[in-house]
Design a protein around this ligand. Structure first.
Ligand code: 5AD
Ligand code: SF4
Length: 438
């Protein structure tokens, strides 16, 4: 029985999106139904990201706005989860008197108890780090939500300590889930009608590396591919340094594996990559891209790039643009470097003017717009297998994702939802395609 409303805002990565789904499912058992309206909610939760400084400030601004709702005199629980919560902990409760709950990245299992306490007026912060196997036993599962495409966590945390990145500090060490648990979960999902799974982790390529008697990530993909009912497999995120030939081979001989891969380069310059402690060179990154393209010529690549890392020269930046020319990403996430307190890079002197960084970002985004346009245009006239997931953008349309992960809208009947259909692409937009059913 739902008798209360829960409003969640999620910032940052897929990990947080997945945790938010988990929270919705856990709090449903306490009678909370999700709502899109913060003002009507009995509980508001911000699931936060601290990867970049801007995102963190956004959370503070958002909390200041949400406070207005709380002042209405209605009793409303306000909670902060995710990486900002992990980082700031108790401090947040001290700074923000209207905040009720702070829940760290390893403490989701405590949330129902915390919410019950908050309903009685208790304020509480839980941010204990759990860097052993026990973390997985405490990992709440998602219940009662049936969809066609679902994320399945295969590992958590990151051991890479790239010099700019806060993730290892707020998400902890790499821990792989037991393959038996993963396969059981996916088999169950398939029985519920799920057709596509996205294997999720900060660094999926190092799945199983710290564990004995567990498959490697490529072996895991092959095991997942054997599960009846699962028709398409994706994964995110891969670290280029751990991208093995064995994994590349999966793109040739696992037909269920989607022809799209997210492989963040971060920079095209060897000296910047070294300062970032990425563990690969420009040429070894490009070699992997070439192998992927050789084995699956239609593969589509997406990536992340940081501009304005401390010490990045004009020449370094040109190297990044030339890497983009060689790879030809269909899409990238691009960021201006933002120093994160506590990371190694935050200690480097960073004297590049902001205006120079912004100008570099503009140039990079302009180049990417060209690539996105050219690559997408080349799909016009081709046929894509689309998993129909719901109604389309316009009345009478339905929509779903093609093999390369982009949304395709096309005229069709909603009775096709849940099936794979062949769609001829008729027009390419910056983020989606228009098509017609064959
Ligand atoms: N500054 C800018 N971008 C960053 N990212 C991670 N840390 C930082 C930082 N300090 C970017 C990287 C990563 C993505 C999730 O966020 O590109 O791949
Ligand atoms: Fe951060 Fe690097 Fe780990 Fe990715 S691989 S989460 S960028 S430390």
């Amino acid at each position: 029985m739902f008798d209360k409303l829960l409003y969640i805002e999620t910032f940052g990565c897929q990990m947080n999106v997945n945790d938010s789904e988990r929270i919705v499912s856990m709090l449903a058992e306490l009678g909370y139904a999700p709502t899109n309206e913060a003002s009507a909610a009995d509980m508001i939760l911000l699931n936060t990201c601290s990867v970049r400084g801007g995102a963190e400030e956004k959370v503070y601004r958002r909390l200041a706005n949400l406070r207005i709702y709380k002042r209405d005199g209605k009793k409303q629980i306000i909670a902060v989860g995710g990486c900002v919560a992990q980082q700031e902990g108790e401090e947040l409760l001290r700074k923000l008197p209207y905040l009720d709950l702070v829940i760290g990245t390893h403490n989701l299992h405590l949330l129902p108890d915390m919410v019950r306490g908050a309903e009685r007026g208790e304020r509480r912060s839980e941010t204990t780090f759990i860097d052993n196997e026990q973390r997985l036993d405490l990992f709440p599962s998602i219940k009662g939500e049936s969809r066609l495409s679902r994320f399945v966590t295969v590992m958590q945390g990151c051991d890479n300590f790239c010099s700019y990145c806060i993730v290892p500090y707020v998400r902890g060490r790499e821990i792989s889930r037991r393959s038996a648990d993963i396969l059981k979960e996916i088999t169950q999902l398939a029985e519920e009608g799920v057709k596509e799974v996205i294997l999720l982790g900060q660094n999926v390529n190092s799945y199983g590396l710290n564990t004995e008697h567990e498959p490697s990530f490529p072996e895991l993909i092959r095991l997942v591919a054997k599960i009846d009912g699962i028709e398409r497999i994706r994964f995110t995120t891969s670290h280029p340094k751990d991208m093995s030939d064995e994994l590349i081979a999966c793109f040739a001989d696992v037909p269920k594996l989607s022809g799209q891969i997210h492989l963040p380069a971060q920079s095209g310059s060897d000296s910047v990559l070294k300062a970032m402690k990425r563990g690969y060179s420009r040429s070894s990154y490009l070699e992997k891209i070439h192998k992927l393209k050789a084995i699956r010529p239609d593969i589509v690549i997406t990536g992340d790039i940081i501009v304005g890392f401390p010490g990045e020269s004009d020449e370094d930046f040109e190297q990044t643009l030339s890497l983009m020319e060689e790879v030809r990403y269909i899409d990238i996430f691009s960021f201006v470097y933002s120093p994160r307190p506590g990371t190694k890079a935050a200690e480097l002197s960073d004297d590049l003017p902001k205006a120079v960084k912004m100008a570099r970002l503009d140039r990079l985004m302009e180049l990417q717009r060209h690539h996105t346009r050219d690559i997408s245009k080349a799909y016009v006239g081709t046929v894509m297998s689309v998993l129909v997931e719901g109604e389309g953008r316009l009345p009478g349309q339905i929509s779903g994702k093609g093999e390369i992960g982009r949304i395709v809208n096309f005229p069709g009947d909603t009775s096709l939802i849940g099936t794979f259909v062949d769609v001829k692409i008729t027009k390419a937009y910056p983020n989606s395609f228009l098509g017609e059913l064959l």
